[in-house]
Every structure is written in structure tokens, then in C-alpha cells.
Design a protein around this ligand. Structure first.
Ligand SMILES: *Cc1c(COP(=O)(O)O)cnc(C)c1O
Length: 824
């Protein structure tokens, strides 16, 4: 980790200083006020984004104890204990600081980019070099304009090698990353064809990526890649870079691969490097892993690692899980599995996620010895203690001899075990319930066994929910809002099928203003899980008013009769003042709501009853997604505005006014009023083709192949012999049926699924729990994963085959299908 004085930093980033005399040392950078881990020697950079402004959190941070700030304008209040560095652009300042740290590092710096596999190549190269050198690498996939400077800051004086990955989503970004990383050695992984929205062509994308290497001495790549080989050669020539290639065809390549033999579990690779024969065995057999391992091995050799040690380490390459996974477990526990390397850098990232998702649950960290940190034990576990404290963990469980013998000074419950087996032997007696358990263990400790132990046994059909895509979609819509407009997120119907408190907690963490659910029960569940945001209940039934009041849920009020019962219940409960309600206006949907002729009685009642307070007035457009019906939407808008104006003037009150759902945000930007209600868009679905390009899908529904059947001519498949084979047919029986939400109407050739990247049709009738698929001519096997919708088959397509809309597809996936939450 770098450690510089504030004076030095001010000079590097060209800042004007406000505040007391600058002798302070800085060893930590803070960019996200929510992720503060103590404020000692910490410098906060207030960054401004499209829909985010770090300056908003300065006051709050001062209150919590933060003292040192990089800001783009002088603070309104200058506090005595604080010091402020004022710059033109905070992000540029951060990047300058990183470039400075890089420049003063003695380490060999390796920069990795390409379309895929950057993180895996980085991690594997680390695994290959770590036994010979002191290596620093970026945590997880910290490869952005912000992630890269944070990673570089971690470079320490003693580090001999630094490995950083660079990722870009827009043109011109790579030049900035290059300035910071300035790699001596480059690795180009590959060029994919996916996701080129912001680039005009695949060539432009490649040119942009190669900028990372323009000051490199050497560049490693695979010469057999036809789509980029000549462009890379031309680039290297122009910038005088030594190309160091591996190839399966060119004997003259620096690393020539003469043979690859795959067995059931390993791949054996014969190679020639500098006239020396090498034999690699890697514990993976898929082509992508072989390619990644070869990139890493060549880079390790070029760095000077002994061929013998590279051979040995290749055999022990560990899989890299690039994301956190959360599942519900037995006894109300949730289990967050961080199968990622148990390094120090990723611990705070994992614990942030735990904070976000744990709600009121007890927070338990189950941690193995941390291997390969480059620190001595005391330094290492002192740092762990600091991180654990900053995240207010309730209990620490350590597994492994190092953590067992360390003298922990934390004032929380600590249990230590020598091994995973020992923990599992006693786990039953530990009686964990309603806790959030974070598993963070080095591979050798086999924490997956702990995960299995806590998990519910069930049906293997799962819906994967990608939380980072929810955040992406949220930010996309936030960017469309006018300043000051608030956002309510619709988390009704189990958040459109994607989860209850998991989504709500995420939104709370991202500072949403409001949530809305359909029924009181749904709101109660969120409150019980520790969600504190205000929650509106759309269909608040009088029979549940007591609960509604008790759990501070705010009802939509759509009739005077309903309002009267609410007021009665409030009086009985002793709540005599100002209970927030939301008035729903009928403007054309003809569902729930007050008609204009109801308003006089309503207003009279409200004037005489202080038990309730009108928090907001709203209505709902019947066809905000339909351009052809725009005229009708405009009539609704007119009616709504008139009703609001009347309520305002007669009652002489102010309230929040809101009308737009997801498609309304796009189609009626002038009617955002004070708040919008985001629903389906949050989950990555839009009726607008252009908008679809910008959203990311959140759910992936997956089943698996239970059995393979070979059916001969004349034999039938399934109920009522709906399919009869006209030729020999290979059938895959898959683990999903209409009880899971895979509709019966998808039977008999209508529905399709994706197995091993190819599409196959449903044959015969869909059963309750199973479906049969024609996989003739394929090498599909039992156990293969089956995508129902997600990455290769869109929910739009499935909806259209079912003759319905994506809303219905998503919300009708049954609760018995387990949701697995992932965060990259
Ligand atoms: C469900 C709902 C929304 C959200 O609609 P989307 O089309 O999913 O954005 C907004 N307002 C009300 C009243 C709703 O019931």
C-alpha cells in the first residue's frame, strides 16, 4: 500500500489546500462513503458521476469522523479538524495520484486487457508467480477508471510484480488507464464480438484496447487468433514492441504448443520454450481454460519464473469464481459464498455485500487462514481485525492453524477451528439460525463443504439473479430523471419474481427513496428482514390495517370507505396524528382510485381528520408504452393534474405527485413531477427496442438434463403419446415443468431451450415437473445445464412463445425454483 503525506498528494494532484497544517500521512483512499472502513489516514475523493455526486456525503462523513477530502469546490462549512484539497476534477486527481504511485514503483508491471478472461488470466498468472516473487494484483475485476487507481494505490514498496487488468466500455478510456498502469509487459487475451454498443466497429474496439500496450517492452498474445493477428503485428511494429506469442501452428512462436491431450479431468500440454521441452498438466479440460492457462504460463516464463516452477504451479491452478453467490439456507440463514481467492483485497468487498444483504440478521464471518498475502501473520490479521471492526461483524469463525493460534483482540464472539472437518463436526451444535453467514476461504479449505452443509436440499432448477445488473438498470433510469425527482421502486410480487428482501436491501443500499409492494404481507416480510425504507402498499386491505400500522407501511387509499376504516383502526391503535397515506386518482385505467366526483367528500373528510396525512397523490397510465395511445395518456395526464391542483388548493397542503411507470419515464419525460415508479425496467425489461440495448437482463432460469433417452421409430414420448418418433430420436428429460412456470402451452414443438450453446425444441406435452426435449444429433449428456431464458434465449422470446408479456413470465416462476443471487 502506498503511504504519502497530504502535502505530497496536494502537489501531485495540483490542489489548493484549505485547512490546518498539512503533516498528515494518508494510506487509504475512500471513494464511496458507504464503504468507509474507519477513517484513520484516509483520504476521501468526492467523485461526480452521471447520476451521483460524492460531494453530497461530505457533511455526513465529517460527522462520522472523516477528516481529509479531495473536492471540486470549497466546502460550505470548513471544519477545524478537517483538511480539504480542492481540484478541478476529482477523478482526474485520483488518476494522477495513481500514475505517481506507479511511476515510483520498482515492480515489473503487467497490464492485461482483451474482451474476455482478463480476471482469470490475472488470477492464474498470480498463482504461477506467487511462489517466486512478491506479487500485487488488483482485487476482483477492479479494471475501470476508478478500480484501476484504487488497485495501483495498493502497490507497496516491496512488491516485485504488479498485475493489473484494464477494461473499457467507451472510446478514449484506455488512454487514461494506460497513463496509470504503464505496463512493462502486456497480455492481450482475445477479441470477442460481443457488446460493441459504444464502438463503431470491431476494429475500432481492438485499436482502442491495444492503446494499453503502447509503451510496453513486450506484448504476449496468441498468434492463432485470426481476427486480430495482423492488427497486433502492425501495432507492435509502429510502437517498437517485442511480440511474444504462443501458437499451436507456428513452430517459431516463443511458446510453441505441439500437443494437447484431454483426459476426463486434466489437459496435458506439450510445449517448446527457448528450445526446451515443457510438459504442462492443468486441472481443466475446456478450450477457454487451456487458452487462459497458456497466456498465463507464457507471461510467467517471460517474467523469469523457472520453467520447473511454472510446470508445478500449472498443475495446481485453482478455479476462479468471479462473483459472490447468495442462497437461502436452513433455519432462516442466508449463506453468502465467496469462492473467490481468500485474499485481503477482496475481504472488504465481500463484507460490503454482507452488510447490504444481512438486514437485521446476525452477521457471521467464517474465514480460513489467508494464504499468499505477502504480509507476516501479525500484520495480516491486524488488518483483518480492522476490516472486521469496520463492518460490525457479530461473530467470527476462523478455520485453520494460523488463525487459530493468532491472538485476536476483537471484542466479539470468536470461535476457532483447526480445520474445516473439525468445524463441520461441531456445526450442528452451534445452532445458527436467522444469521447471515459469509464464507470466505482459501481453496484448500474446501469451504464448499460448509456451503453444502448449510444449504437447503432442493430441486436443482434455479433462477440466477444478477444483482449488479439491477444496479446498472437503476442507474440507467436515474440518469433520466430531472434533478430532485425521487424514485420509488416497485418490488411487488416478489420483485417481479426476482426476490423480496434481497432486492429491497440492495435498493436501500443504493439510497432509493421509496419502495412499493402489492399487499401488506409483502411489506411485513421486508420489515422483518430489516428493510427501513418507506414502503407504499398498493392494495392495502382493511383486514390487514393493524399489521400495516404496526410495521409502518403506507397504504394507497382509493376509496373513502377504505380511508374511514383506516382512521378507525388508527384511533384504536392510539395513532392519532399524521399517518402517511397515498391517494390514488382514477384517470382512465378504471382500476382502483377516486373519481373526480368523489373528491369533495374526500376533502371534507381529510379536513376533519388529522389522524392521516396526505404524503402523495398519484395515478397510473394505462398505456404509457404505446405510442398509438399517446392521446389517451395525455388525457389521463390532464385529468391527473386537474385533480392534484384541486386537492392542493382546497386542502392547502403540499404533497408528492407521481404518475410514471418504467415506460412512462422514457415516453413522458415532462411528467416526472416529484417522483417516478420504476418497475419492470429495474429487472432489465423494456418495451422499447432502443432502451433494451441499454438495459441488462437480471434473471437467468436454468434447469438441467436429468436423463437421456433413445426412442426408436414408432415409440411415443410423454402423456397421451403427443409425440411419436418418426425417426430414431435422442430425448433429454429436463428438470422443469409447468409447476415451475414452464407453461404447458410451450409443449409440442412450441418451446425451445438452450443446451451447450444450441437450441432444442420441446417434444410432447410439458409435464408438471419435467419436460422432454429433442436433442437428436447432439452430444448432450445427463447433468448438462439447460437455459430456459437468460443469456442465449431472451425473456421476450419466451414471452412471445407463451403468447404473453415478460411481466407474466417473470412473475410466474414458482417459488419452489430456488433463487441464487450473484454479485460480480
Ligand atoms: C406495477 C406498477 C408500476 C410499475 O410498472 P412497470 O411497468 O413495471 O414499470 C407503477 N405503478 C403502479 C401503480 C403499479 O402497479
Amino acid at each position: 500500500m502506498a503511504r504519502l503525506s497530504l502535502t505530497q498528494i496536494a502537489k501531485v494532484i495540483d490542489a489548493k489546500t484549505i485547512g490546518r497544517s498539512p503533516e498528515q500521512m494518508i494510506s487509504r483512499l475512500l471513494l464511496d462513503s458507504r464503504k468507509a472502513q474507519g477513517f484513520d489516514e484516509t483520504l476521501y475523493f468526492a467523485l461526480r458521476g452521471k447520476n451521483h455526486d460524492g460531494h453530497r456525503y461530505v457533511e455526513d462523513l465529517v460527522e462520522r469522523g472523516q477528516q481529509f477530502f479531495v473536492l471540486e469546490k470549497s466546502p460550505e462549512t470548513v471544519y477545524e479538524d478537517c483538511q480539504y484539497l480542492i481540484v478541478k476534477n476529482s477523478l482526474e486527481a485520483l488518476q494522477k495520484l495513481a500514475a505517481y504511485v506507479r511511476k515510483h514503483s520498482q515492480a515489473t508491471i503487467i497490464g492485461i486487457t482483451g474482451s474476455n478472461a482478463k480476471t482469470i488470466v490475472k488470477e492464474w498468472l498470480f498463482q504461477l508467480l506467487d511462489t517466486s516473487y512478491k506479487v500485487r494484483k488488483s482485487p476482483l475485476s477492479y479494471n475501470s477508471q476508478i478500480g484501476v487507481p484504487l488497485s495501483i494505490w495498493n502497490l507497496g514498496e516491496a512488491d516485485e510484480v504488479g498485475i493489473f487488468e484494464a477494461g473499457i466500455s467507451e472510446p478514449y478510456e484506455m488512454a487514461k488507464l494506460e497513463k496509470m498502469i504503464r505496463p512493462n509487459l502486456g497480455i492481450f487475451t482475445n477479441l470477442g464480438s460481443a457488446h460493441a454498443i459504444n464502438f463503431s466497429s470491431i476494429e475500432q474496439k481492438l485499436d482502442e484496447k491495444l492503446i494499453l500496450f503502447k509503451n510496453c517492452e513486450k506484448l504476449i498474445y496468441c498468434q492463432d487468433q485470426e481476427n486480430c493477428h495482423s492488427a497486433i503485428e502492425a501495432f507492435a511494429k509502429k510502437h517498437k514492441i517485442d511480440l511474444v506469442a504462443w501458437s499451436k501452428t507456428n513452430i517459431k512462436a516463443a511458446l510453441y504448443i505441439s500437443e494437447i491431450v484431454k483426459t476426463q479431468k486434466v489437459a496435458r500440454i506439450q510445449a517448446v520454450y527457448q528450445d526446451q521441452k515443457l510438459f504442462f498438466t492443468i486441472p481443466f479440460t475446456d478450450d477457454a481454460s487451456i487458452e487462459n492457462a497458456l497466456h498465463a504460463s507464457l507471461a510467467a516464463l517471460v517474467c523469469g519464473a523457472e520453467p520447473g516452477s511454472v510446470q508445478n504451479n500449472m498443475e495446481r491452478l485453482e478455479p476462479v469464481a468471479m462473483r459472490l453467490e447468495m442462497k437461502e439456507g436452513r433455519q432462516g440463514n442466508i449463506i453468502i459464498n465467496d469462492a473467490y481467492n481468500s485474499d485481503l483485497e477482496s475481504l472488504p468487498v465481500a463484507l460490503d455485500f454482507l452488510d447490504q444483504q444481512s438486514g437485521d440478521r446476525k452477521k457471521v464471518l467464517i474465514l480460513s487462514d489467508i494464504l499468499q498475502s505477502g504480509l507476516d501473520n501479525t500484520q495480516l490479521y491486524r488488518e483483518v481485525e480492522r476490516i472486521v471492526k469496520a463492518h460490525s461483524i457479530d461473530e467470527l469463525v476462523t478455520i485453520g492453524p494460523k488463525t487459530q493460534s493468532y491472538n485476536w483482540s476483537l471484542k466479539i464472539s470468536i470461535r476457532s477451528f483447526g480445520s474445516t472437518a473439525q468445524f463441520l463436526k461441531e456445526a450442528y451444535g452451534l445452532k445458527y439460525h436467522d444469521s447471515a453467514l459469509m464464507l470466505k476461504g482459501a481453496r484448500v479449505f474446501e469451504f464448499e463443504k460448509i456451503g453444502k452443509w448449510f444449504e437447503e436440499k432442493s430441486h436443482q432448477t434455479v433462477m440466477e439473479i444478477r444483482l449488479e445488473n439491477v444496479v446498472h438498470n437503476l442507474n440507467y433510469f436515474r440518469a433520466k430523471l430531472k434533478p430532485g425527482v425521487k424514485m420509488m421502486a416497485m418490488v411487488k410480487a416478489f420483485s417481479y419474481g426476482s426476490g423480496a428482501y434481497q432486492i429491497a436491501s440492495l435498493l436501500e443500499f443504493h439510497k432509493l427513496d421509496y419502495l412499493a409492494v402489492a399487499y401488506t404481507d409483502e411489506g411485513v416480510e421486508l420489515r422483518k428482514a430489516g428493510v427501513n425504507l418507506p414502503i407504499m402498499v398498493l392494495n392495502a386491505e382493511p383486514s390487514a390495517f393493524k399489521e400495516l400500522i404496526h410495521y409502518r407501511l403506507e397504504p394507497e387509499i382509493y376509496s373513502l370507505a377504505q380511508l374511514k376504516v383506516l382512521v378507525q383502526t388508527l384511533s384504536l391503535e392510539g395513532a392519532n396524528h399524521g399517518f402517511p397515506i397515498h391517494l390514488k386518482m382514477e384517470t382512465g385505467m378504471n382500476r382502483l382510485g377516486f373519481e373526480d366526483f368523489d373528491l369533495e367528500d374526500l376533502m371534507q373528510f381529510l379536513e376533519n381528520h388529522n389522524e392521516v396525512k396526505v404524503s402523495s397523490v398519484f395515478s397510473h397510465l394505462a398505456s404509457s408504452d404505446d405510442e398509438k395511445l399517446r392521446a389517451f395518456s395525455l388525457i389521463q395526464i390532464q385529468r391527473f393534474e386537474k385533480m392534484c391542483a384541486l386537492l392542493k388548493s382546497v386542502l392547502n397542503i403540499s404533497f408528492t405527485q407521481h404518475l410514471l411507470n418504467s415506460s412512462g419515464i422514457n415516453n413522458f419525460p415532462d411528467q416526472q413531477y416529484d417522483m417516478v415508479r420504476l418497475g419492470i425496467g429495474l429487472y432489465g425489461v423494456s418495451s422499447d427496442n432502443n432502451e433494451r440495448q441499454h438495459l441488462r437482463h437480471v434473471s437467468v432460469l436454468k434447469a438441467h438434463v436429468s436423463q437421456i433417452k433413445y426412442v426408436s421409430v414408432g415409440e411415443s414420448v410423454g402423456y397421451n403419446r403427443a409425440f411419436v418418433a418418426e425417426k430414431a430420436t435422442k430425448i433429454a428429460v429436463i428438470s422443469i415443468g409447468y409447476a415451475d412456470g414452464f407453461r404447458r402451452s410451450l409443449g409440442n414443438g412450441v418451446g425451445e431451450v438452450v443446451i451447450r450453446n444450441a437450441r432444442y425444441r420441446v417434444v410432447g406435452n410439458v409435464c408438471m415437473d419435467m419436460t422432454m426435449i429433442d436433442v437428436s444429433g447432439s452430444d448432450v449428456e445427463a447433468g448438462d445445464a439447460v437455459e430456459i431464458f437468460g443469456d442465449n434465449l431472451s425473456v421476450y422470446e419466451v414471452a412471445s412463445k407463451m403468447q404473453t408479456i415478460p411481466y407474466e413470465v417473470l412473475t410466474s416462476i414458482s417459488q419452489r425454483v430456488k433463487r441464487v443471487y450473484v454479485m460480480e
